[in-house]
Design a protein around this ligand. Structure first.
Ligand SMILES: *Cc1c(COP(=O)(O)O)cnc(C)c1O
Length: 579
């Protein structure tokens, strides 16, 4: 099907955000996967990606006047937009033979190089009714459904690659959902030998092929399945193989992260801070870090694309040239941002009927609605917020974000924002936009004046929306967690909430600091010294836009993980040197 380098990288991810009309993602992980493929295509990396078709998508979010969320499926038909890959494979699930096909999407890079994406699909007449639904709902169903889904991804994916003629190269497990692919590789390695005969040389052979990126900084966030379920779903043979790896929990349950950690030669977290957190969680494993990024051209608004094309035309081909934004005039940056802000204001008016004030300081906050992200922190003291506005000048806030259908805490958070917005009606305009997706993310991250982020530490592995903002000259006000720990220079690229020393959150100190920064630093600068504010915007582009992009990130994966040069120290050696 494709001329491929022998050393193909097979990139496995439960979600991949390809484009607006294909709802195969829920949030950050999928957007990162999509941006990774776009940059890999630009860089002409020999890579093929595997995910699921997710025919019912994640969901479409509706919010009523009280902020009560309801969900409807976001259905799409792959057959309407994509061609089928010329192969079928099967996976044994719960003793049944499940047939799998794949839809082929092509991600095209700047030079025309394409990355094939295989979206696996079990909706075939040969399958029984339940099996036909396995590739329908992203993160849907119960543990039985989820495990079967992960079997389709990991095991069906490896089989599909072989059926299509891809030779074994490097397997990149992007978060634990695809970890079962390691069992297929181990099974192949053993050939006709029995599971109990598996030894270190066999594990080493599998490890040699696998790369694992972990994205979750809390143990509870890792996929886990009880032993009984595992034996029932995988069958005796694979369950025996799994226990030969000795990576199950003490109670016999399967933790996808442990499996991936055990059978990968290279493991990384997604930001410097996240590496430390991951090392504490998994002290037995050498963990490196490659900080996430975003696809620069995709996430740069039209006005800034035009400005960069004019002043630093190399930026599309080589994102490092964004560093030269230091020489763009403040007036040009001010104008490009004003145009992006106007475009967002028009979009908000179309969606909500509310017309925002183009001259008012506008804060953006959009991400998954879940308690640890603390979207309502800015509303912890409404009187204080009123006072800040009357002393310094107007403020308006634009929100977006979906709560997972079963996340009651997240749903309550959205309702609370609606309540606070109602109470503040006389003083501050607050809008909450429905159905946060990539189009909306583009508008918001480029159109607001300040990107707010205040998750409970250390729960933000990286975060990427602030990177999108930086590319568009929008500074962040954020706790020092995830990418901001390394992207923040106080008063230069944006501002911090709380200090960097304390690893644990201090809610009172953080909400106080949020108010202090707005009252004493950010609003006075915005209204009193507008050009100094634009100077911060320029630094956000030059210092952060030039680094926090997937072009740099993919190059780091190539250099450190996929194809390390001969003689490079392997992470184990580094670990030995350090300790
Ligand atoms: C960028 C993006 C995210 C991830 O943002 P975080 O800052 O990591 O929370 C989630 N959803 C959409 C639609 C995005 O575009």
């Amino acid at each position: 099907m494709h001329e491929l380098d022998k050393k193909t990288v097979a990139y496995f991810s439960m979600e991949i955000c390809l484009e607006q009309r294909i709802p195969t993602y829920s949030g950050g992980l999928g957007v990162l996967a999509g941006d990774t493929l776009r940059s890999a295509a630009d860089l002409e990396i020999p890579l093929v990606a595997v995910s699921l078709a997710h025919r019912k998508g994640y969901f479409h979010q509706k919010l009523d006047a009280q902020g009560q969320q309801t969900e409807t499926p976001e259905e799409w038909n792959p057959e309407d937009v994509l061609e089928a890959a010329p192969a079928r494979v099967t996976v044994e699930i719960e003793g049944r033979t499940v047939h799998v096909r794949a839809w082929l999407y092509q991600v095209q890079g700047i030079t025309g190089h394409t990355i094939p994406v295989l979206l696996l699909d079990t909706n075939l007449d040969e399958n029984d009714a339940w099996d036909r639904t396995l590739t329908d709902v992203l993160y849907g169903g119960d543990p039985r459904y989820r495990l079967a889904q992960e079997m389709v991804l990991g095991m069906g994916g490896v089989a599909m690659l072989r059926a299509l003629g891809y030779e074994d190269g490097v397997y990149h497990i992007n978060e634990g959902h695809a970890a079962l692919l390691t069992l297929v590789l181990l099974d192949r390695q053993l050939g006709s030998r029995e599971p109990w005969e598996a030894g270190d040389a066999d594990f080493e052979a599998v490890r040699h092929q696998c790369i694992f990126t972990t994205h979750t900084p809390v143990p509870a966030g890792h996929d886990k399945f009880p032993e009984e379920q595992v034996v029932h779903s995988l069958g005796e043979h694979l369950a025996a193989l799994l226990s030969a790896t000795k990576c199950c929990d003490e109670d016999g349950s399967l933790n996808m992260t442990y499996l991936a950690l055990r059978l990968s030669r290279y493991i990384n977290g997604v930001a410097m801070r996240h590496r430390e957190v991951s090392r504490e969680m998994f002290p037995a494993h050498p963990i490196d870090s490659i900080t996430n990024g975003v696809h620069a051209v995709t996430w740069t608004s039209e006005p800034f694309r035009a400005l960069f094309d004019r002043r630093i035309p190399e930026w599309r081909r080589d994102n490092l040239y964004l560093r030269y934004a230091v020489a763009i005039s403040l007036e040009d940056i001010r104008q490009a941002h004003a145009a992006a802000k106007q475009s967002m204001i028009e979009d908000v008016a179309r969606r909500t009927g509310v017309t925002l004030d183009a001259s008012a300081m506008t804060i953006g906050f959009a991400r998954r609605a879940t308690p640890y992200k603390r979207a309502d922190m800015i509303f912890s003291d409404l009187d204080r917020l009123r006072g800040i506005v009357s002393a310094n000048g107007p403020l308006q806030i634009v929100y977006g974000g979906k709560a997972h259908p079963r996340d009651e805490g997240g749903k309550a958070l959205i309702r609370h924002i609606f309540e606070a917005a109602h109470e503040l009606e006389d003083a501050i305009r607050v809008v909450y936009l429905e159905n946060y997706d990539i189009d909306l993310a583009c508008k918001l991250t480029s159109g607001v004046d300040l990107w707010l982020n205040n998750p409970r530490k250390p729960l933000e592995a990286s975060g990427t929306s602030g990177m999108k903002a930086a590319l568009n000259g929008v500074p962040s006000l954020s706790v020092l967690d995830g990418w901001w720990f390394e992207g923040h220079i106080e008063g230069v690229t944006g501002w911090s909430i709380g200090g960097s020393a304390e690893p644990e959150p201090d809610e009172t100190r953080e909400s106080n600091d949020l108010y202090v920064k707005l009252e004493q630093v950010i609003l006075p600068l915005f209204y009193g010294l507008p050009l100094a504010y634009v100077e911060v915007m320029r630094h956000a582009i030059a210092l952060n836009g030039s680094f926090f992009n997937t072009q740099r990130m993919v190059q780091q994966y190539v250099r450190n993980a996929y194809f390390p040069a001969e003689g490079d120290p392997v992470p184990e050696d580094e670990e030995a040197v350090r300790s």
